[in-house]
Design a protein around this ligand. Structure first.
Ligand code: SF4
Ligand code: SF3
Length: 544
């Protein structure tokens, strides 16, 4: 028997799954404990569904289930102890729920017991991904679970701003319980996959509403990528409320704040522009962090994924985690009962360390979320009508360390001058610093924001469909070339499928968790295809 089995991300070993240790650096213990955590959530979900419990009244439990799902996303949490504690916590809630549900019989998932870590690891070996024997059922179950993980990440961020949607929690229980139901057919599971996409749209809409109501609408912004000569903190991940608290606490301390990777889009929001010490963006996508954190010199705060295991103790000492993220040996900062986080240890550390070393200079432009693009709609529509813009290519999603992702840089470079890239997520770092120019003042790379802001791209597409009086989204001059890595990209993909977007190219490779039959369904039903060679793909896209 292998040490572990995980195939949830694009970097799954040999394109099939990590069995000895995660390519991401996840240990077998963490992988197995995460499997057990998911199994515990399935048990809870069965109790909620069969016991017909009132989901809106389950406040904290809904939040903790969301948090638990988020903790299992690729590169979010590598801390065995944190996962073990979450399992214990969830088992405690499970027992509370049983008293309310009062059912006659409980399944293994809803009743198993564990005493210590060893017994958890033993149990985990029996309930992981491979415990579903039929490869197509396994494939669909995991596709749904990964979609739920991505959805949980987005609802978690919205919740931090005080917004939640009870239907998302309700569906999460329904879908997790369904992954234990052997009576469901492959067709039932395909239908549930699309429903996951539907709720994914809701989760992204919820987060969009939360972010824009709290921080204002993103606007076209030039972001500095150079540095100043003050001690500084680098913030990474995706949580904007953590950033807000950090900026409030660093105000007037002489400590600057820079964003890394998916935090870049914070600069586009009016609310964050108020802070003089919010200097710019440092570095690139997540996978370059090991070198970039070295040269940054100051402490780093991770609010979510993507963490790369820090290679030495001195770097580990400078890394702090919060929320669903965690790494053994890094200080974790918890919120108090009001959601307030005390970042003073990070600020004090920053004061003792050197200012960041400059690794590049200049500016990048972004902020093209739906409100900004709608404000430019006349210009955009004129450019399409005059033929100045022939094609939009959605290149949203994730970046990753594999060389095969050079495809996206080359693709962006070679795209004809009359095409515009719509992007969101850390995938943008493959081309957002290239001199791609503009079309009549419209930049050829329009960055809507983080991966969750892919929702903005959908709103933009729907707006264009309305303006051009079309019946079908697929009649727009928009092609989709999506890059994926982790499970937030899975929910973005399912959301696009639910909305009826066809012919998406997905790369750099198709997910390892798609069985040949399930992959076929996606090809036949939705026209999904893997990427090919750059020149041929461009020709294909431009002709569509
Ligand atoms: Fe492997 Fe990806 Fe799972 Fe990490 S998350 S163990 S790299 S499949
Ligand atoms: Fe990137 Fe991890 Fe997915 Fe938010 S930071 S898109 S990979």
């Amino acid at each position: 028997m292998s040490n572990m089995f995980c195939f949830q991300c694009q970097e799954a070993s040999k394109g099939t799954g990590c069995e000895i240790i995660g390519v991401c650096g996840k240990s077998p213990e963490v992988a197995n404990l995460q499997d057990l955590l998911i199994y515990t959530l399935k048990g809870i979900s069965q109790i909620v569904v069969k016991g017909e419990l009132n989901v809106p009244s389950m406040g904290t439990i809904n939040h903790e289930v969301t948090n638990a799902l988020f903790m299992t996303i690729t590169n979010a949490n590598f801390d065995e102890e944190a996962i073990e504690n979450q399992i214990r916590k969830m088992i405690g809630y499970r027992e509370e729920l049983k008293k309310l549900a009062n059912l006659e019989k409980y399944s293994d998932a809803a009743s198993f017991t564990v005493t210590d870590r060893d017994s958890m690891l033993k149990k985990a070996k029996l309930v992981g991904v491979l415990s579903t024997k039929d490869e197509d059922v396994r494939s669909l179950r995991e596709l749904i679970i990964y979609g739920l993980k991505g959805m949980a990440a987005y609802s978690h961020h919205a919740l931090n701003i005080g917004k939640e949607n009870q239907n998302i929690y309700g569906f999460t229980y329904e879908a997790l319980a369904a992954t234990l139901d052997n009576s469901l057919s492959a067709d039932d599971l395909v239908a549930l996959t699309l429903k996951t996409g539907e709720l994914g749209v809701s989760a992204m809409a919820l987060l969009d509403d939360a972010n824009t109501s709290k921080f204002g609408n993103p606007e076209m912004t030039e972001v500095n990528i150079g540095v100043r000569n003050n001690p500084a903190i680098l913030i990474s991940g995706h949580d904007l409320t953590d950033l807000l608290q950090l900026l409030e606490q660093t105000k007037g301390t002489g400590v600057d704040v820079y964003t890394h990777s998916e935090m870049l889009p914070a600069h586009y929001y009016p609310e964050f522009k108020k802070y003089d010490n919010f200097v710019g963006n440092y570095g690139n996508a997540w996978w370059k962090q090991v070198e970039e954190f070295e040269s940054f010199n100051g402490p780093v705060l991770f609010t979510t994924n993507c963490i790369v295991p820090p290679r030495n103790e001195s770097l580990r000492n400078r890394i702090f985690t919060t929320g669903a993220s965690g790494y053994p040996g890094c200080t974790h900062i918890e919120a108090d009962e009001h959601g307030v986080k005390d970042f003073s240890a990070i600020i004090e550390m920053a004061k003792t360390l050197d200012a960041p070393t400059e690794i590049e200079t200049g500016k990048i432009v972004g902020g093209f979320a739906h409100a900004q693009v709608t404000a430019l709609a006349d210009k955009v529509v004129d450019a399409v009508k005059s033929g100045a813009i022939r094609k939009f290519v959605v290149m949203a999603g994730c970046d990753g360390r594999m060389n095969s992702r050079n495809y996206y840089t080359e693709f962006a470079e070679k795209l004809p001058q009359d095409s515009v890239i719509l992007t969101a997520g850390c995938a943008k770092y493959r081309y957002n610093k290239l001199p791609l120019g503009d079309i009549g003042g419209i930049p050829r790379v329009l960055d809507a924001g983080q991966c969750n802001d892919s929702y903005s791209l959908v709103v933009i597409a729907l707006k264009l469909k309305e303006i051009f009086g079309l019946d079908d989204l697929n009649d727009l001059p928009i092609a989709y070339n999506i890059a994926w890595y982790e499970q937030k990209a899975v929910i973005v993909l399912l959301a696009l499928l639910y909305l009826g977007v066809k012919n998406i190219h997905l790369g750099p490779t198709l997910p390892a968790f798609l069985s040949p039959t399930v992959a076929n369904v996606l090809v036949e039903k939705f026209g999904i295809s893997p990427i090919g060679e750059v020149d041929e793909d461009i020709e294909l896209f431009m002709a569509q």
